[in-house]
Design a protein around this ligand. Structure first.
Ligand SMILES: *Cc1c(COP(=O)(O)O)cnc(C)c1O
Length: 472
């Protein structure tokens, strides 16, 4: 190792050599998992990191430099050889949890993905004719039957809105009510999408009230479309108002402009769950005469991440021809999952769709599961367990205001196992458990936990409630 000017070589001399680390006993399990050259790179990286820290502050020299490097390499090997994407137990009770992958797929959809994933398929091949086909056909006719209008599938709803605006309103103006210019979460803002699509935003009305004349007064030479956005993740109460969808359709038709509606969630059922309302079904907007609707595949629809554009046949065809469609289209795995999900709707088997099934589980069924779980925890010596009344959330950037009653298993925090410690212990379990904390207690909602995961959940709670050293 050559010595840089002015640096003290003393602490650096303690650095282990690459071969020394590779030949140490610690290296055996790494070499089982990764090729020697890959591991050697990681060893170099770990030595370099220790070297940097010694140069910055020689007093931080570790007592066991080889052990320090080996620990770092061990972590790197682990992170490279284990899957980063892993299943978690969702005990949060948020049914469409954006951070946890939104809608879980149903059995038929999961099976469809499995059967398509590892081999060849007729993605763009017409088996009957023996020539090139179109990937649109796989979900196209199902969507048309379910929605009553032709449809197109893209990567997500953000892509759907972007593509529609880019095709219909690029270099022109889109009229939107101020009360609908929402941030959906994760920094997703409609104005940003508009800007990216090169459409100019024309805001009308006030934050809490917009009437039809506000839209009418804003119409001009440069107007390309009217846009209505379903306020899915907030609710305005009090002195509020906006035109009905029929009124907007009437206005748009009278001036021969398209009315675009971003529905957000994409509800395909007439009946979500008892007590849940306010999610307009997609077919309702289409019947009302909206030119194009857009919505997500993985919110209330309960399928894979996707964005769906449906409505007027000529406009759908125009959007389909936009060159950017190619950049936003979906692959075979998404189509396989979406097609199977849509078939469940068509066959009237909505119970095959977990998002719908979970929100419909009655509270008394969950209550009996919760009491059994609490009982098992008590038998395993977990103290402070009880069943309390609570609520599950629909969530998912969609209708988070909507809640369904759900009995919860509560675990009281105590010294050495505070709620925060238990919650973090649950996350460090394999598989990790995501739970809620409220006051000094951890809340587990079984609505989003399949019965097949209950044993793991019990083991995770036992693991995480073992008392730790206080003050540590
Ligand atoms: C969720 C949502 C979006 C974004 O949908 P993605 O599928 O996540 O891209 C857009 N608009 C509304 C109203 C939404 O609720």
């Amino acid at each position: 190792m050559s010595k840089r000017k002015g640096e003290s070589s003393e602490p650096l001399r303690a650095l282990p050599g690459v071969d020394q680390v590779l030949n140490s006993p610690a290296a055996a399990p790494w070499l089982d998992r990764l090729p020697r050259e890959r591991v050697a790179d990681l060893v170099r990286e770990a030595i370099a990191e220790l070297r940097e820290s010694l140069l910055a502050d020689a007093s931080r020299a570790p007592e066991d430099p080889l052990g320090t490097v080996a620990a770092k390499v061990g972590r790197l090997v682990q992170s490279l050889s284990a899957s980063s994407l892993q299943p978690v137990i969702n005990a949060s009770g948020v049914i469409l949890h954006t951070n946890l992958g939104r809608a879980p797929l149903g059995q038929p959809a999961a099976e469809a993905v499995r059967s398509i994933a590892a081999g060849y398929c007729n993605l763009e091949y017409d088996v009957e004719q023996g020539r090139r086909g179109r990937r649109d056909v796989h979900c196209g006719s199902l969507l048309e039957r379910l929605l009553g209008a032709p449809a197109l599938v893209v990567n997500n709803n953000a892509a759907a809105i972007f593509l529609v605006l880019h095709e219909l309103a690029r270099d022109g103006e889109v009229i939107v009510s101020r009360g609908e210019l929402v941030e959906i979460g994760d920094g997703f803002r409609i104005p940003d999408i508009l800007e990216a699509s090169q459409a100019r935003l024309r805001e009308v009305g006030s934050t809490n009230r917009t009437n039809l004349d506000d839209y009418r007064d804003a119409l001009g030479e440069r107007t390309r479309a009217l846009l209505r956005i379903h306020p899915s993740n907030f609710k305005q109460v009090g002195f509020t108002g906006r035109p009905t969808i029929e009124q907007l359709v009437g206005l748009a038709k009278s001036v021969s402009l398209p009315l675009i509606e971003d529905l957000g969630s994409g509800c395909l059922t007439d009946r979500l769950a008892p007590g849940i309302e306010g999610e307009p079904p997609v077919s309702q907007s289409i019947r009302a005469g909206v030119s194009l609707v857009t919505f997500s595949g993985d919110k209330l629809l309960g399928g894979p991440q996707a964005g769906i554009i449906a409505g007027d046949p000529d406009l759908v065809a125009r959007v389909r021809r936009n060159p950017l469609f190619r950049a936003l289209r979906v692959g075979k795995l998404t189509l396989a999952a979406l097609e199977a999900t849509l078939r469940s709707y068509l066959a009237g088997r909505e119970d095959e769709i977990p998002a719908l099934r979970l929100m419909r589980v009655p509270a008394d069924v969950l209550s009996s599961r919760a009491h059994k779980l609490a009982q098992r925890l008590v038998e395993h010596g977990v103290s402070g367990c009880s069943v309390v009344a609570g609520e599950s959330l629909l969530g998912g950037g969609s209708t988070p205001m909507q809640r369904v009653p759900s009995p919860l298993v509560a675990i009281e925090g105590r010294p050495g196992a505070t709620a925060a410690q238990v919650e973090s212990g649950l996350r460090s379990y394999d598989p990790p458990v995501v739970a809620r904390i409220e006051k000094n207690r951890v809340l587990l909602d079984l609505r989003t936990v399949p019965e097949s995961q209950e044993d793991d959940l019990v083991a995770a709670v036992i693991h995480s409630t073992r008392p730790r050293k206080t003050g540590a």
